[in-house]
Each structure stands twice: as structure tokens, then as C-alpha cells.
Design a protein around this ligand. Sequence first.
Ligand SMILES: Nc1nc2c(ncn2[C@H]2C[C@H](O)[C@@H](COP(=O)(O)O)O2)c(=O)[nH]1
Ligand SMILES: [Mn+2]
Length: 237
Amino acid sequence: MTHTTPPPTPDAKTYAMPTMEWRPEDNIPECVKSQLSNMGHSLLPHPLPFFHIIQELKIKKRTGWLDFQIWPCESIADHMYRMGVMTMLIRDPNVNKDKCTRIALVHDIAEALVGDITPCDPFVNKEEKHRRELATVEYLCEKFIKPYNEIAAEQLLNDWWDYEECRSMEARYVKDIDKYEVLLQCFEYERLYKGEKNLQEFFTAVELIKTDEVKSWINEVVCQRDHFFENVNQICI
Ligand SMILES: Nc1nc2c(ncn2[C@H]2C[C@H](O)[C@@H](COP(=O)(O)O)O2)c(=O)[nH]1
Ligand SMILES: [Mn+2]
């Protein structure tokens, strides 16, 4: 894999606190803006504009990797896809795995418009991130999904809140898998870069994993990572 230079991480003006409040409707893709204006303000009876918006998740790269000049790197959709697959392997019989998969696939959906904001973003704090993401999920459900499928809109919003407030055991597992997936990706990038990049700052999240099953998953990653860095000079000659 050739490592070309990454595009610049969004700079200060991108995230600097705007004079106007950030709104989802100001951040939809141009092709959707023109579809909206052609359809007037009538409710959207077709799913196509929403599917165009979801493409943004396939395009937008995860900021945490851009911060470390990892390029090429995964998109937001890549992250949620692997989480979805991971939820299918949960062995705990008391958990509704299908609900876990739904939550995994929508938990970062607002990032299609908001973008991927890291916990250490200097310009957007946790409260503002939540405000933008909530406004976006409500906007997507009300404007783009509900006119086509009201039940789907209600379920997506409910699943998103479930995750956001960790309202269920399913959400608890998905939050653990969110941390597990990023840490596994860290280790995979550290290995890809032959130890040149050390993503140790991400691994404080290990202590935040609560379920025994995902704890057993991350323990194996930590064990393999420790072994890798103990021997990186021999392994990567
Ligand atoms: N620079 C850092 N970035 C981090 C850290 N932990 C997570 N992240 C990144 C990973 C994603 O790009 C983004 C948020 O991911 P979500 O799945 O929660 O939306 O933040 C870190 O310790 N340092
Ligand atoms: Mn996530």
C-alpha cells in the first residue's frame, strides 16, 4: 500500500466557532440542495436524497487518522460497517443482536453532515458536538426519512437516542464495540506503519469498556500489540 500524503486536516476556519449557529440544512450535499429546491418545500416522498446524504459517510475519512497523517485511511462508513459485523458475533444470549446491529449502523449517522469530531477537537466541545448531531438526526428523520417511511424514521431516531444515552444493554455493547473497533484499527495501522506511528493516546479507552465479552476481545488486542512493540525492531526488518 503506497502512503500518499493525506489531505490537510480541516483547519481552524473549518471548525472555528461560526458567527452563525451551525445547522444541518446548511451542510447538505449540493446535489441534495438542488433536489430540495426543485421539489419545493413539499415533503420528500422518495428515499433518494437521503441515500445521497448517506454517501457522505462513505466519503468522509475518520479525523483521528488524519490527525496522525495516516493515509489512505478508513471512512466513517468503514468504521460503522465493521462494528455492525462485530455485533453479529456477540455471544451473550440476553442481548438482541439485531438491535445491536441497527444501533451500530446508525450511531454515527449524523457525521454525514456534522463530520467526524474527535474527543480532543479544539473548536467543538462535547455539548456543541451533541447539539449538532441531535439537530442533524432529527433533521434527517423529519425531512428525508419520515415522508417515505414514518416507522423507519421513528426507529432510527429511537436507536440513535438509545446509543447517545446508553439506554439499553444493546447500546452498552455497541458503545463497547465502538471503542474496541477504533482500538483494533489503531493496532492495524501501527502494524501497517511498522511501528513508526504510536497511537497510544487512543488506548485510554480500554478502561472504559464495560462488558465482559468485549473486555475479552480487547485484552487479546492489547496482548498482541504489546508483543508487536516488544519485537517491532525484529518483526519489521
Ligand atoms: N486524536 C485522537 N482521536 C481519537 C481518540 N479517540 C477517538 N478518536 C477519534 C476516532 C474518530 O475519528 C473520532 C470519534 O470517533 P466516534 O466513533 O466516537 O465518532 O475520534 C484519541 O484518543 N485521540
Ligand atoms: Mn463510532
